[in-house]
Design a protein around this ligand. Structure first.
Ligand code: SF4
Ligand code: SF4
Length: 372
């Protein structure tokens, strides 16, 4: 079904975790992935001013190689990152236009609304800015991504009926998770008649490799399907969805996604039951719900490897293998030039920006104790 007059297939290419070559994005590999994606009829690409190198990479891999009208490009404005004035926030839009070379954006989002971040968009009146750009033809559709409570979402949508769509974190693991409230936020958006773009359907990759108990349920139901496929199909099956973003990092993930999404028509009753069972099994295992968005890394004065530390601790929780977990910590924290959890000075800046509402300081203490 088409929303906002756009015929878009239910898989979008999220450009936050593009393949890397050393410290830089591997543009050649990205080109190959873009080609496969387009070849199968998929057309939606999601980048952001805040994703380092991503806008530049997609200009080279997509914009300079395909007719402009053959794809939809979305990017985002993060007025809450280092902006002190309206001009600085607006400059992000100009930078995005330049970096992508796209000429206009099909979808332009105010990035990560909710909590204290919404205030930046209010103070700088970015609402009227995006409306003006839409009138000028530089944006086709305006909306926002959101990580907070359904109550806040209700308030924003009531105050800003001009917003055409909402981007929400939705996955089977977070559907009833009280920290994320995927279902409740989705219902608020739909009650306002807004179509939804889904982000984090695989929960930052965690649902691609869920605990053994969850994997067994999926393998029993469909021996050849990947666990990621269940996560993405769950999201794509919901009503009112423009597309489901998958942050693909290599060709293997791309091929897997394409294999089940190119002809996706919805889940059967049995498949829905399998997902219910998987959700129950998952809920029985307490993990740190970090999606490695790394917003915290942008504000941490100590350069603590927060998401890497959490990935390592989750690894320990899931697989009970301390050596392997420490190996993860070595690589994801020290190996990426970041400091260990034990060096946290407990300033709390990270917790102000964490969309998952993680008690980062407490969890870092747990990391230190568990991986000692
Ligand atoms: S509380 Fe610790 S991890 Fe968080 S921003 Fe401060 S120093 Fe960094
Ligand atoms: S701790 Fe929060 S802000 Fe930091 S990477 Fe994880 S989810 Fe993102």
């Amino acid at each position: 079904m088409a929303y906002l007059g756009e015929e878009i297939k239910k898989l979008g290419f999220g450009l936050m975790r593009l393949p890397m070559k050393g410290e830089a994005i591997d543009v050649e590999q990205t080109k190959a992935m873009v080609d496969r994606f387009m070849e199968e009829g998929f057309t939606y690409f999601d980048t952001a001013w805040a994703y380092a190198g991503s806008e530049d990479a997609i200009r080279q891999a997509l914009v300079e190689r395909y007719p402009r009208e053959s794809f939809q490009l979305a990017t985002k404005n993060a007025a809450w990152i280092n902006c002190k004035t309206r001009e600085e926030a607006i400059a992000q839009f100009e930078t995005s236009l330049k970096q992508t070379g796209a000429g206009y954006f099909d979808f332009y989002l105010l990035h990560n609304l909710g909590e204290h971040r919404t205030k930046f968009f209010d103070d700088f009146d970015m609402w009227s800015f995006v409306k003006e750009k839409k009138e000028e033809g530089l944006i086709k559709h305006i909306g926002f991504s959101f990580h907070s409570t359904p109550e806040e979402l209700e308030e924003i949508l009531t105050n800003h009926p001009e917003m055409e769509f909402v981007q929400l974190q939705i996955n089977y693991g977070d559907w009833e998770n009280p920290a994320i409230q995927s279902r409740a936020c989705y219902e608020v958006a739909r009650a306002h008649n807004k179509p939804v773009i889904i982000m984090e359907p695989v929960k930052g990759g965690m649902l691609a490799n869920p605990p053994e108990s969850v994997q067994e349920i999926f393998k029993k139901a469909e021996p050849n399907a990947s666990c990621a496929s269940w996560a993405i199909r769950f999201a794509a099956d919901l009503d009112g969805i423009i597309t489901v973003l998958s942050g693909m990092s290599n060709m293997e993930q791309m091929e897997d996604n394409l294999s089940y999404m190119k002809d996706f028509t919805g889940l059967s009753k049995e498949e829905k039951q399998t997902l219910d069972e998987a959700r129950e099994a998952l809920n029985r295992i307490p993990l740190i719900p970090c999606t490695t968005c790394n917003y915290c890394a942008k504000v941490c004065p100590m350069d603590i490897g927060i998401s890497g530390s959490f990935t390592a601790l989750n690894y320990l929780t899931l697989y009970k293998d301390k050596d392997a977990a420490k190996h993860q910590e070595d690589w994801l924290v020290g190996g990426h030039g970041r400091k260990l959890a034990s060096e946290c000075i407990k300033c709390g800046k990270c917790e102000e920006v964490c969309p998952q509402h993680i008690s980062i300081r407490d969890e870092l203490v747990r990391v230190t104790e568990s991986l000692a």
